[in-house]
Design a protein. Structure first.
Length: 229
């Protein structure tokens, strides 16, 4: 949508464009405008109250990385659960990078966890790389504390993929699970329920965490396996 895109180009920061392009190698640098995140969040709040919003959300796929970021931030701010899920269903197949995936975190989900769990179980079975990653992240963000159940660990451990960004998120999930639910998560590492590369990456992330004791870190390091990757 030209008017919105033109506004983003007015916020272009060439130095930030180079920095941002280096962080998201899956995106062609020509598709990066170079708009800082606070500016995009501010624009998302403004656009969400405008008649332009509905049209923008339907104009998929977007050309620029920042358009996807803006889309993600608009969805994250939606106050109606059903509207949010509907918008996600349309947008997730077009998410093409880890940054847009990970920064899309709808606040309304905190009030609808029971409804959300069913959607997560569908997302993690998707053929789309970033839909799976998003599902795992939502399970990590919303179901590792008071709403935790050991069966959720199985949902993630059973995922098998050759996609880098899915496996990285599996590792991140288990590193977080070890920090928050150590006794329940540890057997998945001890019994090598994850693929070798993901197993080792989960341990690496755990060892880097300040939330895990030095004693536990030493034990986790002893559980590393040889990886073919």
């Amino acid at each position: 949508m030209d008017s919105i895109t033109e506004r983003m180009f007015k916020l272009e920061d060439e130095a930030y464009k180079k920095f941002q392009s280096g962080l998201i190698p899956s995106i062609d640098s020509e598709r990066v405008i170079g708009v800082r995140t606070p500016e995009l969040r501010k624009l998302a709040k403004e656009i969400s109250k405008s008649p332009l919003c509905e049209r923008f959300l339907k104009e998929l796929p977007h050309k620029y990385f920042e358009e996807n970021q803006l889309h993600a931030f608009i969805i994250s701010g939606m106050k109606d659960y059903d509207e949010c899920i509907g918008a996600l269903s349309l947008f997730l197949p077009y998410v093409d990078n880890w940054a847009t995936c990970d920064q899309m975190s709808p606040k309304i989900f905190k009030k609808y966890r029971k409804n959300l769990l069913g959607k997560i179980k569908i997302w993690i079975l998707s053929e789309e790389e970033y839909t799976v990653r998003f599902g795992i992240k939502m399970l990590m963000d919303h179901f590792l504390d008071e709403d935790f159940d050991k069966e959720y660990l199985d949902l993630v451990a059973d995922i098998r993929s050759d996609k880098y960004y899915i496996n990285m998120m599996i590792a991140w999930y288990f590193a977080t699970a070890l920090a928050k639910q150590y006794d329940d998560a540890l057997p998945y590492i001890e019994k090598r329920r994850l693929e070798a590369w993901t197993h080792n990456k989960a341990i690496q992330k755990s060892v880097e965490s300040y939330r895990i004791s030095d004693e536990k870190k030493e034990y986790l390091k002893s559980l590393k396996v040889k990886s073919r990757l």
